[in-house]
Every structure is written in structure tokens, then in C-alpha cells.
Design a protein around this ligand. Structure first.
Ligand code: GRF
Length: 202
């Protein structure tokens, strides 16, 4: 399956997706890395790996207009799926529904806990024993779509938000490629998604 990755920053999850795709038996390939920020460091890494990149700043554009530009770049690259990887723009309902069931995101918390930003500090403040990360399908509500997979990461007594973030990131880099690969290869099987949703409800 052909996948476009959307980034806004350093792109370490994008890199993890790219490296995992180098395995012969990987079920997906990255056909484009796109960004709303032409200066996103991840773009250089993607180029060095021989992957097409696209960048278009969102400044001065309406959300729908910018989303349309991204949509065109992604579809003309032949992508069938989108993986959001630190893409710091809220997407229009229009864009989200066009990619319904074909767009994934990684979020650094054990959803449904801590949607939005500052997830690590919020987990620490709450006295949680574990933080973690979740890969979920993207729906119009922020960080709210069905969870496909999660990794729990134990919180240590001296953790700060930044130390915890570094440790959660290691888990993200494992979880995202594995879940994306599984998802695209099982997507033809409708029972699979339902199963995931059901498991979470129990
Ligand atoms: C990650 O923590 C991810 O969970 C969140 O944004 C961050 C992106 O980091 N959505 P990177 O650009 O992939 O290094």
C-alpha cells in the first residue's frame, strides 16, 4: 500500500516509518512526505532517503484551501493512506472525511486519556503509573478516532515531562510502523476494525 506521511517538525516517527518500510516484507511504502512547514527538519531526512517531499505553508490560507493543496499533493503521489506524524494542523472535516478509514495518527498518551497537548505533564500531575502512546484512526474530533493499538510505558519516580517524552518516543517508533503495516494489510477484512473497537469497549 502507498502511504503519504504528514509532518510539521523533526519527523522522528516519519523516519521510523521509512526505515521499517525498507524490510522486504513490509506491507506499505512511503511515497511522499508532506509538510505545512517548508523548514521542517524531517523533510531533509526524507529527501536523503530518496523520498519525494512536498511543502506548502498554511499562512494566509483558509484551512480548507491548505487542506486542498495537501490533498492534491498526496493523491498525485498515488497515496492510498495518510499517516500523520507530528502534523500540527487541525484538519478540516472535509479532508478527514475524504480520508475516512485511510488516515492514522500517533498520539503520545494512552487514549482516551490526555487528548491534545502536554500529555506527559498531565500524566505526571495525575500520578499515573503509566504513560504511553496510541495509534488511532483520524475522525473529525481531535485525537478521538478508534484506537488501533497502544503501548503502555511505566513512569519512574524521577521522571520529568521531557525524560518521559523521550521514553514514550521509543515506544512510538516501534508501535507506529507495526500498526500501520498490520492495518493496511488487514484493511480488506472489515471484521478486524470492528474487533479492535469491541476490544476497547470491553
Ligand atoms: C510525537 O510525540 C507524536 O506522538 C506527536 O507528535 C510528536 C512528533 O514527533 N503526535 P516526531 O516529529 O515524529 O519526532
Amino acid at each position: 500500500a502507498k502511504v503519504a506521511v504528514l509532518i510539521s517538525g523533526r519527523g522522528s516517527n516519519m523516519a521510523a516509518l521509512v526505515y521499517a518500510a525498507k524490510a522486504d516484507d513490509c506491507s506499505y511504502e512511503i511515497v511522499l512526505v508532506a509538510s505545512n512547514d517548508p523548514a521542517a527538519p524531517g523533510l531533509k531526512l526524507a529527501q536523503a532517503e530518496g523520498i519525494d517531499t512536498f511543502a506548502h505553508p498554511h499562512k494566509g490560507l483558509k484551512r480548507l484551501e491548505h487542506d486542498q493543496i495537501i490533498h492534491e499533493a498526496v493523491t498525485s503521489a498515488g497515496a492510498e493512506y495518510i499517516a500523520l506524524a507530528g502534523y500540527m494542523r487541525i484538519l478540516s472535516d472535509d479532508f478527514v472525511s475524504r480520508w475516512n478509514d485511510h488516515m492514522l495518527n500517533i498520539h503520545p498518551s494512552l487514549l482516551p486519556k490526555y487528548k491534545g497537548l502536554d500529555t506527559y505533564q498531565r500524566a505526571l500531575d495525575a500520578g499515573d503509573t503509566h504513560a504511553g502512546c496510541s495509534v488511532h484512526l483520524v475522525t473529525p474530533e481531535l485525537d478521538d478516532g478508534p484506537v488501533l493499538a497502544q503501548t503502555a510505558v511505566a513512569i519512574l519516580p524521577n521522571d520529568t515531562a521531557s525524560i518521559l517524552a523521550d521514553r514514550v518516543l521509543i515506544a512510538e517508533h516501534q508501535l507506529y510502523p507495526a500498526t500501520l503495516a498490520k492495518y493496511v494489510s488487514r484493511q480488506e477484512d472489515p471484521d478486524w476494525i470492528l474487533d479492535q473497537v469491541r476490544t476497547r469497549a470491553l
